[in-house]
Write a protein that binds this ligand. Structure first.
Ligand SMILES: C[S@@+](CC[C@H](N)C(=O)[O-])C[C@H]1O[C@@H](n2cnc3c(N)ncnc32)[C@H](O)[C@@H]1O
Length: 383
């Protein structure tokens, strides 16, 4: 199987897959390959916080033109994978000197499949790009083509709790990854002072409570396959449910925008985390920590629409606030605005590269030791 992910998350994903029971894992570009049985495929779809798709490569061949592609795909008995009354979608992915458009190769592959059905049954499956019974992935690198079954269908970052999104929500996979990167393990307080739609808070709470990442998802690709084992899926889901634990801790989120908080509230409710995540309308300037020590993770506005001076002043405010009120805390900031991040003016203890979708971001850690506030007070008094 191949678990696809975002750039840079391969090592974290490999570790996660191994913890779920994957064998012979190997890191690839934006993916990790692994071995396992059907139970593991169901389990990884349900539990992985870092995978976007779980693919099952099943046929590799050489093709240098449309005809070769069409003929090779026509050699597979497609009735073993799909009912003639079912529906189909094909995602094409291309890096080749022999073919030009990924949509075109997907179309050719679809033609080969539906033509085979028409010849055999005088009928053909429909194309449904949103909710097909069978989603295939056709990957061509130069003249090497691989067909895979897509066991997830919709991307796994669609967990099923997001009602609506504010303008700049974090991708759920990115949010889960950054919480993992902080090393937070649910034993200390966690806050997000610019929580937006609450993605970081929800992913953190799900992790702490051991709620399977895709517990709320209504549908996975493998559920409409001809070999779908409903009994096995129920067992895997039941095991996931049995592993959910209670946590004492509350997780706090705040934001300056009332409207955004309404979206966060709806997402938190939908995720079943109402008692675990507490939300407040508070500007970060006025926020106070909810414990002596803990982990503060923030994804401030990147400030694209602001003049650089304004963005710098905003990030300076963030750094000043860390020093003034968050001693004893680990503070982490995710932003693509590297210039403005310099205005935080605190020593970083880790500087990580993270992609939020295609956007390159930095994820910086600032350790606010108890002494940091005293040093800062002395410095400001001396100024
Ligand atoms: C990039 S978004 C955060 C997105 C969030 N991580 C999510 O997944 O939805 C930045 C958020 O910071 C909030 N914000 C801007 N200025 C703020 C301030 N001074 N205090 C608190 N929140 C602020 C915005 O309302 C916005 O929701």
């Amino acid at each position: 199987m191949i678990a696809k992910t975002q750039q840079g998350l391969e090592p974290l994903l490999e570790k996660e897959l191994q913890e779920l029971g994957a064998q012979n894992t190997q890191r690839l570009k934006r993916a990790v390959s692994f071995e396992g049985d059907k139970r593991l495929m169901y389990k990884v779809n349900l539990h992985s916080r870092l995978a976007l798709k779980i693919l099952l490569p099943f046929y590799s061949f050489k093709a240098r033109n449309d005809r070769e592609l069409y003929d090779a795909i026509g050699t597979i008995d497609w009735s073993a994978f799909l009912d003639v009354n079912g529906s189909l979608a094909i995602d094409g992915l291309l890096r080749s000197d022999y073919f030009n458009h990924s949509q075109y190769i997907a179309l050719k592959a679809k033609d080969a499949i539906v033509d085979q059905f028409r010849t055999k049954f005088n009928k053909r499956p429909n194309v449904d790009i949103v909710n097909p019974d069978l989603r295939l992935n056709l990957h061509i690198f130069q003249d090497s083509a691989t067909l895979s079954l897509d066991s997830s269908n919709d991307s796994l970052h669609r967990r099923g709790y997001r009602e609506d999104a504010n303008k700049a929500p974090l991708n759920e996979v990115t949010a889960a990854a950054i919480v993992k990167m902080t090393g937070w393990n649910g034993s200390e307080a966690l806050m997000d002072g610019m929580c937006g739609s609450g993605t970081i808070l929800i992913e953190a709470a799900m992790m702490a409570k051991n709620i399977p990442a895709n517990y709320l998802r209504k549908r996975f690709g493998f559920q409409s396959w001809l070999d779908y084992d409903h009994q096995l899926w129920q067992e895997v889901k039941q095991e996931g449910k049995a592993g959910i634990k209670d946590i004492k801790l509350t997780i706090n989120g705040s934001d300056i925008s009332w409207d955004t908080l309404q979206i966060a509230k709806s997402n938190v409710d939908k995720a079943g985390l109402t008692g675990v995540i507490k939300l407040d309308k508070t500007p970060f300037e006025n926020l106070m920590p909810n414990a002596e020590r803990g982990c503060l993770i923030m994804n401030p506005p990147y400030g694209e629409r602001l003049a650089l001076e304004e963005a710098n002043a905003f990030y300076k405010m963030i750094g000043d606030k860390f020093k003034k009120d968050f001693s004893g805390w680990q503070a982490w900031v995710l932003s693509s605005n590297q210039e403005a991040m310099k205005s935080i003016r605190l020593k970083t203890s880790q500087r990580l590269l993270v992609f939020n979708g295609p956007l390159e971001c930095k994820f910086h850690q600032y350790e606010m030791y108890q002494g940091t506030k005293r040093v800062f007070d002395k410095e400001t008094k001396a100024e």
